[in-house]
Design a protein around this ligand. Structure first.
Ligand SMILES: Nc1ncnc2c1ncn2[C@@H]1O[C@H](COP(=O)(O)OP(=O)(O)OP(=O)(O)O)[C@@H](O)[C@H]1O
Length: 259
C-alpha cells in the first residue's frame, strides 16, 4: 500500500478502527506570526497507536497540548472520547484528563516522594471512590505492568533513566486511561533502553487495548510502536500511512524522514 499524500484541506486521515477516540479537525494554532498548526487533521482509532512524526519545532508538542486543553485552539475542533475539548468547563476537562494519560518527556516525577507516593498521587487527585482501599493493589499492578514491582520504596533519584520512564508510565497506567499521549518517550535514553520502552508501549496497548498518540522523531520508536504514522510538515498532516508504506514513498518530503 502506498502512503496517502493529503491534499490541502482534504479528507481527515481516518482511523483504521471503526471508532475514533481522538478526532482533530482542521486545527490551526498560531503564536503571533508563527503559524504552527495550519488546518491539521487526524483521527486515532480505538486500540490504535498513531505516531505523529515531525521535525524539531514543527508543532508536535503544541498539537498534544491542544488535545488536552492546555492550549486553546485558534480554529478547528478537537474531539476526545466524544467530547469537544474546547466546550468543556474546568471540572469536565479534569474528568476527561483522568481518562487520558499523558507521559511527559521529563517524566515529571516528584523527587522528594517514593515511587509508591508518586503512584498514589494520581489516585488521590482523581480520587476514585469505587477503588478506595484498593490503592496497594493498584500500585502493585501498575508497577508489575512495567516490570518494576520491587521499586515501591525507592526514591526517583535511585532509578536509572529507563526506570524513571517506566515509573512515569506506571503512574499514568494506574488510572487505567483509555488513551495515552506519549511525548517523545525515548528521548534521552540509550538505544537498548529506548527499545525496551518501545516494547512496553506495545505491551500496554495489547494488554489494556489503549489507544495512543505518540510524538517522536526517533525512527526506531516510530517503526516499533506505530500502527499508523502521520507526518506533520508545515503545520499540516502532509501524509499518513503505515511505517512501511511511508518508508517506500518516493515523495522527497516523505523520503527525507526515512532516509
Ligand atoms: N506557549 C508558546 N508561546 C509561543 N510560542 C510557542 C509556545 N509553545 C510553542 N511555541 C512555538 O511553537 C513552535 C512549535 O513548538 P513545539 O514545541 O510544538 O515543537 P516540537 O515539534 O514539539 O519540537 P521538538 O521536537 O523540538 O520538541 C515553536 O516555534 C515554538 O517556539
Amino acid at each position: 500500500m502506498r502512503a496517502a499524500m493529503l491534499p490541502e484541506s482534504g479528507p481527515i486521515p481516518a482511523a483504521t478502527a471503526a471508532e475514533a477516540v481522538i478526532r482533530v479537525e482542521h486545527l490551526s494554532k498560531s503564536f503571533g506570526d508563527n503559524h504552527v498548526l495550519q488546518d491539521f487533521s487526524l483521527e486515532v482509532g480505538k486500540g490504535e497507536n498513531v505516531v505523529v512524526l515531525g521535525k524539531s519545532g514543527s508543532g508536535k508538542s503544541v498539537l498534544i497540548k491542544c488535545m488536552i486543553g492546555l492550549l486553546p485552539v485558534d480554529e478547528g475542533r478537537v474531539t476526545v472520547l466524544g467530547q469537544d475539548v474546547a466546550a468543556l468547563d474546568h471540572d469536565a476537562l479534569d474528568q476527561l484528563r483522568a481518562r487520558v494519560g499523558f507521559l511527559f518527556q521529563s517524566n515529571a516525577l516528584y523527587d522528594s516522594m517514593t515511587v509508591r507516593e508518586n503512584l498514589l498521587f494520581p489516585l488521590r487527585r482523581h480520587w476514585l471512590a469505587h477503588r478506595r482501599g484498593e490503592e496497594a493493589e493498584l500500585i502493585k499492578q501498575a508497577l508489575d505492568d512495567v516490570g518494576l514491582g520491587h521499586t515501591a520504596d525507592m526514591m526517583p533519584a535511585e532509578l536509572s533513566g529507563g526506570m524513571r520512564k517506566r515509573i512515569a508510565l506506571a503512574r499514568t497506567l494506574i488510572l487505567r486511561p483509555e488513551i495515552i499521549l506519549y511525548d517523545e518517550p525515548t528521548t534521552g535514553l540509550d538505544p537498548v533502553t529506548a527499545r525496551e520502552i518501545d516494547q512496553l508501549i506495545r505491551e500496554v496497548q495489547q494488554k489494556y487495548n489503549t489507544s495512543a498518540l505518540i510524538i517522536s522523531h526517533d525512527m526506531n520508536c516510530v517503526r516499533l510502536t506505530a500502527d499508523r504514522v502521520a507526518l506533520l510538515v508545515d503545520g499540516r498532516c502532509y501524509a499518513e500511512g503505515t511505517y512501511e508504506a511511508l518508508a517506500q514513498d518516493p515523495d522527497p518530503v516523505i523520503h527525507e524522514f526515512f532516509a
